[in-house]
Design a protein around this ligand. Structure first.
Ligand SMILES: C[S@@+](CC[C@H](N)C(=O)[O-])C[C@H]1O[C@@H](n2cnc3c(N)ncnc32)[C@H](O)[C@@H]1O
Length: 293
């Protein structure tokens, strides 16, 4: 992305501030956005040297049109969404994201997340637990896990990450190198933070955040999220739409973007070696058409 002097970039997922720092180093002005106040505080300290070229906004990236900078007409040359949780969040036991570290069953990215993981695990119907683990976690043994959760919580509600991880391991056993709670924890985190809803709204709102010609960049780590971005960009970058039964294709009223690559861009081997988390990352990039305002 061209992030030089005179450019304004919205980093919708500030996290540790790594991407923002690259944009600032290139000379751009950056608004770092995160729903996690701890991430914002950390990045503000880390990026203080860039002075007023770096500003922050605490909130959900789904609500970017409400950010004062955007409200005052400061539309962006680029909007980056690097989805998921940061390694800082994963590593902090007290945030409850990790089944490897004992902590409260929380998993909220920030105060705007409507519920904690304990709320989900201790109060949601068995069928809902099956659904989220199957859909968000692609967990084939979701029924068995949900049954075990419901049986255990009837005697004692879950309080900690390790209690939940232990219950899941007991229910489905351990096979291979991946911890048996990996998929369930991912699913619960996505439900706690309503991650798919936030992404859908953020994509729909992107044209209100970008200048005409501005770039939208989305990095996903999950096939459901990548499919959502892919479908959104495919539809919004088609000048015409066609349906069976129509005599001819019709102009697409949602035609707003130009895809810069049809396929998702995968990280290089070098990137994966320096950041193993990037292994399953996919980047999709599109440009808002010049006639959009
Ligand atoms: C993968 S990390 C970003 C890492 C960052 N690009 C860096 O270079 O350090 C994702 C961050 O986005 C934040 N986040 C995730 N979903 C969000 C949402 N809907 N609104 C605002 N922030 C969100 C998380 O709190 C987390 O800090």
């Amino acid at each position: 992305m061209e992030a030089g002097p005179g450019k304004f970039i919205v980093d919708g997922t500030l996290g540790g501030g790594g991407h923002s720092e690259l944009f600032l180093k290139a000379g751009a002005r950056v608004m770092g956005v995160d729903r996690d106040p701890e991430a914002l505080a950390h990045a503000r300290r880390r990026l203080a040297a860039y002075g007023d070229r770096f500003i922050t906004w605490e909130g959900n990236f789904a609500c970017l049109p409400e950010a004062p900078e955007i409200q005052q007409g400061g539309k962006a040359d680029g909007l980056l969404l690097d989805l998921g949780v940061s390694s800082r969040q994963l590593d902090a036991a007290e945030r409850g994201f990790s089944f490897m570290r004992e902590g409260p069953l929380d998993m909220r990215m920030g105060p705007s997340s409507p519920r904690s993981a304990a709320d989900v695990v201790n109060t949601w119907d068995e069928a809902e637990l099956v659904r989220i683990m199957f859909e968000y976690g692609e967990e084939k043994r979701s029924r068995r896990i949900a049954r075990a959760i419901v049986e255990r919580r009837a005697t004692k509600p879950f309080e900690t990450t390790t209690e939940l991880a232990g219950c899941i391991e007991k229910a489905i056993g351990r096979r291979g190198r991946i911890h048996p709670a990996t998929r369930a924890f991912q699913a619960i985190r996505m439900a706690v933070n309503e991650e798919l809803d936030s992404l859908a709204t953020a994509l729909a709102n992107a044209p209100a955040v970008l200048k005409p010609g501005g770039l939208l960049l989305v990095i996903t780590f999950h096939s459901l999220e990548d499919r959502m971005v892919k479908r959104f960009l495919k539809h919004r970058s088609s000048p015409f739409i066609d349906e069976p039964g129509w005599p001819e294709p019709r102009p697409n009223p949602d035609y707003q973007f130009q895809r810069l690559a049809r396929k998702a861009i995968a990280p290089s081997t070098e990137e994966i070696n320096s950041n193993p988390r990037a292994r399953s990352a996919k980047l999709r990039v599109a440009r808002l058409l010049d006639n959009q305002s």
